[in-house]
Design a protein around this ligand. Structure first.
Ligand SMILES: CCCCCCCC/C=C\CCCCCCCC(=O)NCC(=O)O
Ligand SMILES: [Zn+2]
Ligand SMILES: [Zn+2]
Length: 478
């Protein structure tokens, strides 16, 4: 594009300023979204009534999105949603914005306000899904609605994919959408999904928040352990029961963390970016990882959150045994969920686990597994990464470090590796350690101001995707 073209595009840019009426409508729409209990209970167990209601709700909340002639809406797998926004310039490769509408269950107990009330208190909207991930569902659609109301016509085509079963597998939502796009011959320039944040307060001596764009995500194994023993009368018990054997096996796994893999990946890059922001002597240590790597890797494993970044984690998540108080249990079962570090594979982890268990009476059955995701590019030429970075720096000027990282959880984006190798996971929201614990935990909440900023971010990102030219080339490249 010549200079004139660039100038006229900048002139036609729509400022991300919203009236007070629009701001109220935005937060009320998010509250209404939270009130619909779109819970995924298990791999095949969804609240289909709520999911159907959610489909109707978004049509009412975002009427312009649904009536615009260049936008096609399709329901996929009954409850997931795919929007195809046809841009005016077919020569530009399309991109994809993702989010999910399902949430994990929320017990009533322990919450300051009921988890599906969407109540606002002290400037925060509370409820399951306010961070994971209805905030993104709503912010994407809200930003598009506001752009369309202002007569914006995107140049670059894009898709919006909203899955309905991310919390259990993505099998009926993201997987089907991905297959549908593939059948249409779509190749994406990049995609943006949930999975990382602007991190605040995770490193005690670091004053400024920093943004991490996750360029990979951990793999996963759900491993079922089972011990079968002869049942009998509890009045004359054998030396060991299925419960005792299995409990000891689970304990061995907990007591034997898998190896610390801290090495050369995105985490090292980001720690080096952070080095100069940190006081002496941390800055010296991080600037000299060739020497201090063992020390840093030990420090990282001391905290349960940073520990998840340096190793494959082992979490005992289910334990079932026994049929009656006076019967020796015939069978005990446990589920262990491993999240695999990008430097390991499913196979390697299973071999290590077998060695730790070291008991043939404990049978292992893998009920679901996948390897860590490939690392997406984050270099100067990586358009999607640089575009995100550009928008982050314009919306959050106080954030001076934007670096690559890994997502310790799993996201629907893993179903799209057939469409792009540029997969970026980032939520434009500040996250502190307490917020982190609220995801899948208690009192999940987002401030009204943070939500408004998320809408503003999406509003700018969509426009940046049409205008961003990439980093200024070095002189010798001209
Ligand atoms: C030096 C680095 C400090 C890093 C501190 C990182 C804090 C945490 C950052 C991101 C949180 C990740 C959220 C994960 C979203 C996962 C979505 C989800 O629930 N998927 C389902 C599943 O994983 O089971
Ligand atoms: Zn999520
Ligand atoms: Zn989740």
């Amino acid at each position: 594009m010549n200079l004139q073209g660039k100038e006229s595009q900048e002139a036609s840019r729509i400022p991300s300023q919203f009236s007070s009426q629009e701001r109220v409508a935005m937060k009320e729409a998010l509250k209404d979204a939270i009130k619909i209990p779109t819970v995924s209970f298990g791999p095949e167990e969804f609240n289909t009534t709520a999911l159907a209601e959610f489909g109707e709700f978004i049509q009412k909340a975002f009427p312009t999105v649904f009536k615009t002639s260049f936008i096609q809406h399709e329901a996929v797998g009954s409850y997931s949603h795919l929007f195809t926004v046809r841009g005016s310039d077919p020569s530009l490769q399309p991109y994809l914005l993702m989010a999910h509408i399902d949430v994990v269950p929320a017990p009533q107990e322990g919450w300051e306000v009921p988890p599906f009330s969407g109540l606002e208190r002290d400037g925060f909207i509370y409820g399951r899904g306010t961070l994971d991930n209805k905030n993104s569902v709503m912010a994407i659609l809200q930003a598009l609605e506001l752009l369309l109301v202002r007569n914006y016509v995107p140049r670059r085509s894009f898709y919006i994919a909203l899955g309905h079963d991310e919390e259990v597998s993505g099998k009926y939502g993201a997987q089907k959408i991905s297959a549908l796009l593939q059948s249409r011959g779509v190749q994406l320039a990049f995609l943006v999904d949930e999975g990382s944040f602007i991190l605040d307060g995770f490193i005690p001596s670091l004053k400024n928040p920093f943004a991490i764009i996750a360029v990979s995500e951990k793999g996963s194994i759900n491993l079922n352990l089972q011990v079968n023993m002869a049942p009998g009368h509890s009045s004359a018990p054998p030396e060991e029961t299925s419960i005792g054997i299995l409990a000891a096996a689970v304990s061995r796994l907990e007591q034997s963390p898998l190896p610390n893999m801290f090495g050369d990946g995105p985490l090292k890059t980001t720690l080096q970016l952070l080095a100069n922001e940190l006081p002496f002597p941390t800055n010296i240590v991080l600037n000299n990882l060739w020497l201090f790597r063992p020390l840093v890797s030990r420090l990282l494993e001391r905290n349960y959150i940073t520990n998840a970044f340096v190793r494959t984690t082992t979490a005992a998540t289910m334990f079932n045994a026994g049929i009656k108080a006076n019967v020796i249990p015939p069978m005990a079962q446990a589920t262990i969920n491993f999240r695999i570090h990008p430097a390991q594979t499913v196979q390697e982890v299973l071999e290590l686990v077998k060695k730790i268990l070291a008991d043939d009476r404990v049978q292992m059955h893998v009920t679901g597994a996948f390897d860590p995701l490939p690392i997406s590019p984050s270099d100067e030429q990586a358009f999607g990464y640089q575009l995100l970075r550009h928008t982050i720096q314009s919306i959050f000027p106080e954030v001076n470090i934007v670096g690559p990282g890994i997502c310790i959880g799993n996201t629907d984006s893993r179903h799209y590796t057939n469409l792009t190798s540029n997969i970026y996971r980032f939520n434009p929201v500040y996250l502190n350690p307490q917020d982190f614990s609220s995801i899948h935990g208690l009192n999940e909440k987002i401030s009204v101001q943070a939500y408004h900023t998320q809408v503003k971010f999406m509003f700018e990102l969509i426009q940046d995707a049409d205008t961003y030219q990439g980093p200024v080339p070095h002189l010798h490249e001209l």
